[in-house]
Ligand binder design. Structure first.
Ligand SMILES: [Mg+2]
Length: 286
């Protein structure tokens, strides 16, 4: 269903001609940029809620908890409960509980990730002789000491595996700025140990989508993924044979889209996020 070429709402007036049971939204660059809602975001969420559509807010960023995101969305004008938010703090915790509940883990990450792991009953350690899993994450306190612990656990003692919360190279900030994300930590550890990161629990990994669909209690064919990044938001949807909409309000420009392989194109390209509503619904609400 995603093999057809993406159609562009700015040139053809085309957009989805149907409603979906579930709407999975990326956050930064899709519904807001930094601390400001993007045009149409609040009206879109209001409309979908009045139409009884299920909504999930999805983020790869593990430096905040679902509670933090729910508070931020609510403060910006989109009331949200923590259960409507899924991020890589949740998915890493659930993945470990499912696949490695007895593992001793060393999270290179920020407090929300560590707190969630501890609350879930997982054992955390900085002792490389007992670490089974090193979690490379988005950590703005990353330092040589942490790299040494990961190095010893993986290479010196040959016992630990490397996984990550998310593969993003950088986190975009307002004004065209950004800061190094988890890929920087993965790269440092892979570089000195020669090992490869075995598992990602964020977009575009199918585990993230499985967790999202599980939360919504819907199937991929009943949902649409809306996001601003080709290599995470859109890639994940394409891999699952799911409809997707790329919004041009974040990372992806028309030039980047043109340079991307057609197999990486979304089902629809939208100038603004509320273009995801079918024309019939928009005119009925006008
Ligand atoms: Mg984004």
């Amino acid at each position: 269903m995603t093999s057809r070429r993406a159609r562009d709402s700015s040139t053809s007036g085309d957009r989805p001609d149907r409603l979906f049971a579930g709407y999975i939204f990326d956050l930064d660059g899709t519904l807001y940029l930094g601390d400001e809602l993007l045009p149409g975001a609040r009206q879109l969420i209001d409309a979908l809620r009045s139409l009884d559509r299920k909504i999930l807010f999805l983020s790869n960023n593990p430096t905040k908890s679902a509670d933090d995101y729910a508070l931020k969305l609510t403060r910006l004008g989109i009331p949200a409960a923590p259960a409507q938010v899924l991020n890589t703090v949740d998915t890493m915790t659930s993945w470990l509980l499912r696949h490695h509940p007895d593992a001793t883990v060393f999270p290179i990450g920020e407090p929300p990730l560590k707190q969630a792991l501890i609350q879930a009953g997982l054992k955390i350690s900085e002792d490389p002789t007992e670490i089974d899993i090193v979690i490379a994450s988005y950590d703005r306190t990353f330092e040589y000491r942490k790299l040494q612990i990961a190095f010893d656990a993986i290479r010196t003692y040959g016992r630990a595996r490397l996984v990550t919360t998310n593969p993003d190279r950088f986190c975009p900030l307002p004004g065209g700025h950004g800061e190094p994300d988890a890929a920087a930590v993965i790269g440092a550890i892979e570089g000195c140990t020669g090992t490869r990161c075995e598992q990602n629990t964020g977009k575009p990994d199918p585990y993230m989508l499985e967790a999202a669909l599980n939360r919504l209690q819907l199937t991929a064919s009943e949902c649409i993924m809306i996001g601003d990044r080709l290599m995470t938001d859109i890639r994940m949807a394409i891999d699952a044979g799911m409809h997707s909409a790329l919004v041009l309000t974040g990372e992806t420009t028309r030039e980047l889209l043109r340079a991307a392989h057609p197999a990486e194109h979304p089902t629809w390209v939208l100038n603004r996020v509320d273009d995801v509503l079918p024309d019939a619904v928009r005119s009925a609400r006008a």
